[in-house]
Design a protein around this ligand. Sequence first.
Ligand SMILES: C[S@@+](CC[C@H](N)C(=O)[O-])C[C@H]1O[C@@H](n2cnc3c(N)ncnc32)[C@H](O)[C@@H]1O
Length: 837
Amino acid sequence: MAIQKKHGKGRLDKWYKLAKEKGYRARAAFKLVQLNKKYGFLEKSKVLLDLCAAPGSWSQVAAEVMPVGSLIVGVDLSPIKPIPRVITFQSDITTDKCRATIRQHLKTWKADTVLHDGAPNVGTAWAQDSFNQAELVLQSLKLATEFLIEGGTFVTKVFRSKDYNPLLWVFNQLFNKVEATKPPSSRNVSAEIFVVCRGFKAPKRIDPRFLDPKSVFAELQGATPNNEAKVYNPETKKRKREGYEEGDYLQYKETTASEFIQTADPIAILGSYNKLSFKQPPNGDVALAALDKLPETTQEIRTCCDDLKVLGRRDFKLLLKWRLKVREIFGLSTKKDAKKEEEAAEEVAEVESMDDELKTQEELQAMKDREDSKKKRAKRRENERKQREIVRMQMNMISPMDIGMEEAGPMGEGAMFSLKKIDQANALKRLAQGRMSVLSASDQKKDRDSGIGSSPESGDDSDDSDLDRLEGELDAMYSQYQERKAEADAKYRAKKAREEHEDDEWEGLSVSEQSQQSDSSDWDEEEGDSDDDDDDGSHANGLIRDLDGAEANQGGLSRKAAAFFNQDIFKGIADSLPNPTGGNAEPVATKAKESSKEVNGQSGKEKKSEDQTMWDSDSEVGGGNGQFEVVKRPKEDDDWEKHLEKTADGKPDIDIITAEAMTLAHQLATGQMTTHDAIDDAFNKRTLRDRDGLPDWFIDDETKHDKPQKPTTKAAAKAIQEKMRAYNARPIKKVREAKARKKFKAAQRLEKLKKKSDALANDEGMTEKEKADTISRLLSKAAKKKPSQPAKLVVARGVHRGVKGRPQGVKGRYRIVDPRMKKELRAQKRIAQRKKR
Ligand SMILES: C[S@@+](CC[C@H](N)C(=O)[O-])C[C@H]1O[C@@H](n2cnc3c(N)ncnc32)[C@H](O)[C@@H]1O
């Protein structure tokens, strides 16, 4: 009979296979194994609380690793089958009852470690369906703050969403060390990440807002709609969960094309309207009539105007160019005109009094101006490039070091966190309302169109530079679009992360990477809303806000920036950073260092030993010579695969699971190919392709479609198929054990029978016939199978519905069926009996 292929991604997964072999109840066990391997918290723990523990694989691991006699308490909404050395109970961790039960079990002890791997149950516990995972994390943190010992460890699963950064911030307030990591056994396609919080500060009083989902996950109020994004991706519409905006009740909106030409914010129109019409309004529109007749208003433009919601990048650009041209024809103010007028006025005023010397000076000045504007343009382009790189960094495509942060320093010129750049009122407002990357694109555009906030830097008087800027903006928008896509698509994110780490072992994502990656800037804005009248000099930018108002601790940075510099990696670099302001401004790193010192409260010795676990002892992070140097951990330290099975000759047991790999292995094994050939083949026409200067969207497209095809043979594909079949056919450990038990019992029975027949044979009081009869009776009795009891059908009703394990009061074999099936079986029996009669 052909073996049925069982479906489900887990079947082909090596962790699933390994879990089966080791007798763990879920592959999730390896996540804890790997986290513990990295941080080593289980060996040090005597009391552990496992929140959301079902089916119990984490508790199994804890029971294996923790010292003998440790107390392990596991709780879950679902029942957990008994685990040796573990106390389990069924409860909802969000309830007071659960807290009381934990208290009962822990008695007066405090937990050294609290684990939380909870994910809201969708389907089974319908009452909890709506409970967000981030809220569940906060709830588990609440329990952790109650039961953890000072210095204890809290390990939690977090899904990377907009709530991720606020959660990290809260963790940082309560723990000395917070690190986010993704163990290899966690699927790359999963948005889950594990945060290990060490060194619980056990404050006497915790601000209740830290643990209140309403404060922590406060939504951004009144943010400016991201029209650029709407223009870029019109298909993805957000559901209006909170109803329509005031005065915006229409699904379909139309405006005149002349309005688009005249508006100061063309992007807003493109983003929010469906059509630009050329139809005359009842009271007539001269501008519209003229626009209709212009040769620049081509058929293509009209088609684009007809349905703005299907505009692509090219159409979008076309419309904006058309608008610029028409504005020029109509004599509407453009930067170019304004500057020309200004210059003309200056010329008229000075023409009469200008002597030769003045003329020369004027020329020199003009040359200098031209040179200056050239430099500024270059600088602006560089800024735009950096901005794009920041976005790419947020998407994990490059590391902070790639954008030259280490050269300029965090507060250096043009640096990512420079506050100088955003002190315009308009820019500040936008920053407070939206994302950083959106700010410059839209802000610059607005500046150009409306003339507001114009600066010599933004002034550009050539069509070329307008187009360049447009190109830059479009690229920035494309990056934003990519970023949003990346956020929505976990697979894409995983791919990007893999791409970034492809030369290296994938070590999970660091906190900084995470905080950079998330676009959630809600944290600061929410507080900013209520503090409009805060004119304190230190907060002149209105950027620095704290949940409890302790802004001074943030070192004059936003919470996000402060969180970034609060990472251990920045500790101790303060001294090595040159003070750019000549001593007036305190370097951020100093603040970070100080705050981390306050926060840590750990002795240097302790810290050193912890650092040594994580980093190579050679690492110099703010070391004695003031050098800031990050040294990669040695291979053996972070070798996640170390515990993998080894072959008899001690080599790692590498599983070949793709047909391509099998083909290659086959060819190498049979000598059809040498390793030299394999290396040679790795160089293909795409290897040395120069991608410098190509736009991101083009590179993305190329990467997607332009891939080398690796050869596969039929035999290799078949071999892989067979291998997978073999995996699927393999019985699980439990079944293998049951079979072995059965064999053992049969052997025991045989032994007993042998002894009995020997005794009979030696019995002199019996005739040979009697002996033979008795032995054959014994044999036939032993061969007879016990009639198996039919399984009892049990209907799980009410609270027992969906409950796993033996229902209360049921003995012997049983099967859980739904009520319908039981009724139908009874009916069948009745019919059969009636027929008999
Ligand atoms: C991924 S599983 C945990 C796996 C577990 N760590 C292990 O190793 O076997 C997530 C668990 O969270 C539990 N859960 C979700 N919401 C819960 C709640 N409010 N209270 C208790 N458990 C909850 C679910 O019942 C589910 O068993």
